[in-house]
Ligand binder design. Structure first.
Ligand SMILES: [Fe+2]
Length: 179
């Protein structure tokens, strides 16, 4: 059975080992049994961010995407592991372009994630996310830093210019839930 306390303890062990691959494996183990995650965290029945653990070196959130939700491109400036425990998430990865290019960033690949899938994102990754389903999709996101207060960037959807990150703009309709 999934236990949040044990999960955080296992993640902390991987921080000590300085292995992000090990961190990915801890998340993979958790979402390999999605119903056990739902039993512990509750069914993701409304969109929002639930903070499960918050520390300067480790942030764990549960993110429930609205049906058909689209985020702006954004960065994290710390490594991230995403593990899906419900629905789907399509990631687009963006690369920075040289001065003078049509846009400052452009798409450079992507990754489709489904329930039980896990991905590890490097600290300099710029990505945007789509929930392609007409229902809520849910994921555990783990960051090896102070994700909720970190200074970082988002990119305007029309000009693709880099701007200071504003959670209210990046993920419209994704309120911070209690708990
Ligand atoms: Fe992200």
């Amino acid at each position: 059975m999934f236990s949040l306390d044990q999960f955080v303890a296992d993640l902390r062990t991987t921080l000590g080992e300085r292995s992000r691959q090990a961190m990915k494996e801890v998340v993979a183990r958790a979402v390999s049994d999605p119903s056990s995650v739902v039993a512990a965290l509750g069914a993701p029945d409304r969109p929002g961010v639930k903070v499960l653990h918050k520390a300067p070196d480790l942030t764990v959130i549960s993110l429930a995407w609205s049906p058909m939700q689209v985020t702006l491109p954004h960065d994290h400036r710390m490594r991230a592991v995403i593990g899906m425990y419900g629905g789907r998430e399509d990631n687009t990865f963006w690369r920075r372009m040289p001065d003078g290019a049509r846009f400052p960033i452009e798409p450079a690949g992507g990754e489709a994630l489904g329930t039980g899938d896990v991905t590890l994102l490097g600290a300099d990754i710029v990505h945007s996310v789509i929930n392609p389903l007409g229902k809520i999709s849910a994921a555990i996101h783990v960051y090896d830093g102070p994700f909720l207060t970190a200074k970082r960037s988002m990119w305007d959807p029309e000009t693709l210019h880099e701007e200071p990150y504003d959670v209210n703009v990046v993920a419209r309709g994704t309120p911070l839930l209690q708990g």
